[in-house]
Design a protein around this ligand. Sequence first.
Ligand SMILES: O=P(O)(O)OC[C@H]1O[C@H](O[C@H]2O[C@H](CO)[C@@H](O)[C@H](O)[C@H]2O)[C@H](O)[C@@H](O)[C@@H]1O
Ligand code: UDP
Ligand code: MG
Length: 725
Amino acid sequence: MSRTLIVSNRLPTKVLRTDEGLTFQPSEGGLATGLGSIYRRGDNLWIGWPGLFVQDEAEEAHISQELRADNMAPVFLTESEIHDFYEGFSNGTLWPTFHYFSDLATYEQSHWEAYVAVNQKFCEAVLAQAGPDDTIWVHDYQLLLLPEMLRRARPEAAIGFFLHIPFPSQELIRVLPWRTELLEGMLGADLIGFHTFGYLRHFLSAVSHLLGWPAQNGQIETPTRTIRVDAFPMGIDYERYAKAATSEAALAHMAEYREALRDTRVILSIDRLDYTKGIAQRLRAFDLLLQRYPEWRGQVSLIMLVVPSRDQVAQYASLKEEIDELVGRINAQYRTISWNPILYFYRSLPLEELVSLYSLAEVALVTPMRDGMNLVAKEFVASKVDKKGVLILSERAGAARELSDAIIINPTDMGQLAESMHEALVMPEEEQITRMTAMQALVRRYNVFSWSRLFINQLAYTKMKQHTLATEMLSNEATTQLLTDFKASQQRLILLDYDGTLVPFHPNPQRAEPGQELRLLLRALAELPSTRVVIISGRDRATLANWLGDLPLDFIAEHGVWLRTAGEDWQLFQPLRADWKRDLRPVLELYVARTAGSFIEEKDFSLVWHYRRADTDLGIERAREMLSHLSFMTANTDLQVLEGNKVIEIKNAGINKGSAAARWVERYAPDFTLALGDDRTDEDTFRALPSEAYTVRVGSGARSLARFHLASPIDVRRLLRKLLG
Ligand SMILES: O=P(O)(O)OC[C@H]1O[C@H](O[C@H]2O[C@H](CO)[C@@H](O)[C@H](O)[C@H]2O)[C@H](O)[C@@H](O)[C@@H]1O
Ligand SMILES: O=c1ccn([C@@H]2O[C@H](COP(=O)(O)OP(=O)(O)O)[C@@H](O)[C@H]2O)c(=O)[nH]1
Ligand SMILES: [Mg+2]
């Protein structure tokens, strides 16, 4: 039976070493609490780190056995892995970078090496568990390399990846020395999920700027695969919180707290200790509230629960000191014998106590500087059974995209924060209920179960589409058949596109020379008996002649405008005009001036605008503009505007690679035809050939008229070498 394997750095259970021996406790943090409710459903398995350094094999065996019974498989980390991978690269490099705290980030080669090694360790742990039909769902920034590692070991596996933290602007990603590896690591997945559309957009822009792979309709095309990307805002186990809020235990706690607090009103703040959560800023804003509105002194207390987290990382330890100091100062300044401004707890609490705090508080103050989602905000909403209470929420938490009925604030605007607390404290009950009702409907409906169902279904759908849409890979069997047919044939025709097919793209087109190895290969092919090898390219004839003209090859240049049979002169496909260039060249020049990095290539009977070296987004934008501009200018002429890979070409209509290829078929009547090409213009060739021809599209999984697919120029050359026998 197929299962889902959840893979994350932290397991939902953490093991602690206490005086009484090992104890097992629920983990804190949104990933563990959020997903904790779903993995037990069905026969699923969760693979991850149990949160401590294990001393010996006996301890390891004991922990494995205990966790196994609860559908968990532990990955143990050594002390130095915890230091370099977890505290170092994950929480000292990636966490600050992805939360826009780049100045706190460290860049240590040894931490990076540990990150690679631990991702590899996770890869082996997954491979040891995963059956061929299992779905693998990898989570979060500690495992960015894992999808690609798994992909290499299991090319066909269904692999999903979800990022729980923000994905920042590509300006921050590009600072990372290992940015390429990290992005490529994620792209090993079939489906990549983010909490918000904003994070998704940043990711697509990073992939397009830093790797050069464009996206369309939520899909990224790499040279070898198509990857789906989407936003899936994570939810919570709504009923668990709603039920817990009315449980006997929670009601008992509530009564106890209420008695101790008498009629003091409560503002609540709950987070892991983290500089991204804006805890210190929140304290200063509370101070400001008491200054601006002295009437709240003695009336309102801030209950602040801070859960210990990552205390071995330097910035976390110093933040703890700052908070201690601030709480001390504010309390010392305002407290009275019967009233404490801030009730500060530095520990974690069990669910019933947590929920009774949610119920008790009139206001929840969730004001992170940056937060992937923030589940505390949703848990507060779910726990408000009587629908009274106000949520103050940072616009920089993922949750703010959904919870628009909260009071949305900018967490750095101290004045706004203080005012929002006042506003919350005086908000009429009716308005509280209206807002809370709307938020509850949303949090109840888009809960953690629907979230995971949506992701897993989307992953299955993506996988299915990959199978049905992709042109068949040129398999070993198909290659064997191709070679047999080739040997048996009397007259062979081989049509080879140049860029993207025989050689990879180069940012400067004039630098994509063939090289000695390719030249030897082409010569050997052309010297086989009864074999015509044709270079069929959009390039100008001079360049092709310069690079390959001395070889016994035929040429189709400028997309079919110029033709040359080996040993003869160039001929025009048909008489053509070029006087239109005079009118259109200034238009292209205008776009060159407006698009840094773009340039014009002039051929005898066409003009090409190249934007491969321009900023990717600007290039796409200008290309769109140019297309509409040119379609207006070329209406009712016999010119054609053609879009290619980062180029726009204007040429005479009716002449293309297909019409030229047809001439060769007519002239030589081959009984074996092989055509290879990577671009839209090569589809004309594929269309023009008889159905028994071997047509092969090179590159990504785009739809093609070709019968087969090959991944890259490397595979093309490998195939051509096989023809030599
Ligand atoms: O494992 P730790 O180092 O102890 O840290 C705890 C977790 O913190 C982060 O949680 C995030 O996930 C939440 C759910 O998607 C989201 O609401 C929140 O905004 C994130 O910060 C981290 O991403 C997890 O990997 C950690 O386990
Ligand atoms: O004493 C506590 C306080 C909080 N939490 C949980 O920790 C999670 C925090 O998740 P959130 O998404 O708000 O932020 P993260 O810590 O993941 O960045 C929430 O589910 C809380 O219920 C907990 O388990 N014990
Ligand atoms: Mg090409």
